[in-house]
Design a protein around this ligand. Sequence first.
Ligand SMILES: *Cc1c(COP(=O)(O)O)cnc(C)c1O
Length: 401
Amino acid sequence: MVVRPEIVVDLAAIRHNVRVLSAHVGGAAMMTVVKADGYGHGLVEVGRAAREAGAAWLGTATIDEALALRAAGDVGRILCWLHLPGDRFAEALSSGIDLTAYSLAELAIIERAAAGIPAARVQLKVDTGLSRGGAPLGEWRSLVDAAVSAEVRGSLKITGIFSHFACSDEPSHPANDVQEDAFRSALEVAESAGLRPEVRHLANSAAAIHRPSAGFDLVRCGIATYGLDPAPLGFEAHSVCTSTNEAPPMVELRAKGGSKPIPDLKPAMTVRAPLALIKQIPAGAGVSYGHTWLASQPTTLGLVPVGYADGIPRHASDRAEVAVDGVRRPVRGRICMDQFVVDLDGDDVALGAGVVLFGPGDQGEPTAQDWARTCGTISYEIVTRIGGRFNRRYVDQGEQA
Ligand SMILES: *Cc1c(COP(=O)(O)O)cnc(C)c1O
């Protein structure tokens, strides 16, 4: 019987996923991305499991996350890529963390912070078309030249060059080819200027799985590490570009050189809660705020004691399903801040019965991907936002690889 609302994370599933992804990418090294508290699964615990499964690198967004890994005893290579003015640059560099420079200004700040720190490591990020972080192609050569000068002065070591895809979850999207070509050109610029980065990397989970040509020296796997499908739409036609309303270009649906089977990933997170109340309602009763659902016949409702304050999306109101003692039950009415209601359809269910909101999907329960589809979002958002009053607990189901 479930006692408290809990998020159960299976560390064996994490290790399994790291291993099958590593085997899939062959020669490229593995960076397990553990930003955002390990996508809601636990920064330190996932980092440790990933190292046990052979991840040479851990990736974080912020310096704070990287330093938290060091504080927990991680001694391996760590890259972080999203810095703020006034960040703890010197502390990160002296802790052996690889920082990322997007611009001349950022490189200069990092070089100043590196004064007196031997082997201060920096990677350069080039924007090949995401138009988010990274140096625009027009500024790439000047960033490379400044990095070469810093290496010559002996103040920094440029350990990596990387970029990030915009559309890798749509493997046949033409932007993927354009970005990979731009990345190769950026590497040529860097190499002809004299940089010899230890790692060149472009692929996130979707590209690591579907685009072998983008493997380079290292792949950065986040969502697939947690057992979730990074490209749930597969090779379907691309989403329409809403800002211009242009029709998406028609392209042939194909896996880019992908001949290997897709890795067999195991979702690592199960989210459960006990039923806090069971009661009958008459025909015609309205359920939850706004009475968006009306009982057409008498039924039994179960009260689940978690809500949007705990990361259950309010968009799941009247739409999602859960498993109660292994049986699928629909959510009725709106998800509230602390609770929501499921329809037990007159069945005899015990108080305290286990409600599984989502999990691996092998016991009849929905998956995080099912919730994402129901809510019009991606599984990343479902798992990273779960938290609030849930307790997180770790299990280790033993090696299933
Ligand atoms: C989050 C992130 C990743 C991991 O992406 P997934 O799609 O979860 O594999 C990789 N690289 C960068 C730069 C990121 O920000």
